[in-house]
Ligand binder design. Structure first.
Ligand code: PGA
Length: 249
């Protein structure tokens, strides 16, 4: 059975006071909870990891630099993330691709660096509205998979998040058949590139306006193994029902 994962991406939200949501979340988790990950902003990682220790909740970062160290003002290295106690890092989120002009090759380089430091990567892909409307979503997904995911990807170091850009923070989600089509395509593409065990075991997350009231339906898709959640991960009372829906799927 594939790992199930509910990951929360706090983006540039929260201060140390917000970290109480981690303990609040733990209290609301079902007994059979899947893997739960919270990705706070970098300055909160260390304290978040301390608070999450022994709760079963893991902590991840939202980005790392492709170089291991050096003159990169404002950036965070993979080793620094490991040092905080975090175990995961999101790579290639569409907000990084758009606002920081990250290309597939940059994302692949970051993934290699993160793996070398021992981090598990959540590599994000997904189409913009124009691509969705002109019918070339699967072509773009194929290009992003080929370019963003290095050959050394494994079920131990990689999780893939499919996040249609037009669904992020908008309250709009694709139809279930659209989600199924892309997730099945990702799985099939992995099968052509990696051995069957690896292709089948890499968790595939859906992301983009996942909320307590739509999560259960999204999780009915066979190749949806969890969710990458933005806005609804900020409050334990919103995120916990999503985790519960995943546990019951
Ligand atoms: P959202 O964000 O759940 O607020 O749409 C998802 C994401 O960007 O990871």
């Amino acid at each position: 059975m594939r790992r199930k994962l509910a990951a929360g991406n706090w983006k540039m939200n929260g201060t140390s006071a917000t970290l109480t949501e981690i303990s609040a979340l733990q209290k609301l988790l079902p007994a059979n909870a899947p893997e739960v990950l919270i990705c706070p902003p970098a300055p909160l990682l260390f304290r978040a990891a301390q608070i999450a220790a022994n709760t079963g909740i893991r902590i991840g970062a939202q980005d790392c630099h492709a170089e291991t160290s050096g003159a990169y003002t404002g950036d965070t290295s993979a080793a620094m993330i490991v040092d905080t106690g975090a175990a995961h890092v999101i790579i290639g989120h569409s907000e990084r691709r758009t606002a920081h002009a990250e290309q597939d090759a940059d994302i692949a380089a970051k993934a290699r660096t993160a793996w070398a430091a021992g981090l598990n990567t959540i590599i994000c892909i997904g189409e913009d509205l124009e691509t969705r409307e002109n019918g070339t979503t699967l072509d773009l997904i194929a290009t992003q998979l080929a370019g963003s995911i290095p050959d050394a990807a494994s079920a131990e170091n990689t999780i893939i998040a499919y996040e249609p850009i037009w669904a992020i923070g908008t309250g709009k989600i694709p139809t279930l058949p659209q989600i199924i089509e892309v997730h099945d395509f990702i799985r099939a593409t992995l099968t052509t590139r990696f051995d069957a065990d690896t292709a089948n075991a890499i968790p595939l997350l859906y992301g983009g306006s996942v909320k307590p009231d739509n999560a259960a339906q999204i999780f009915t898709a066979e190749n949806v193994d969890g969710a990458l959640v933005g806005g609804a991960s900020l409050k334990a009372s919103d995120f916990a029902p999503i985790v519960t829906a995943l546990a019951q799927s």
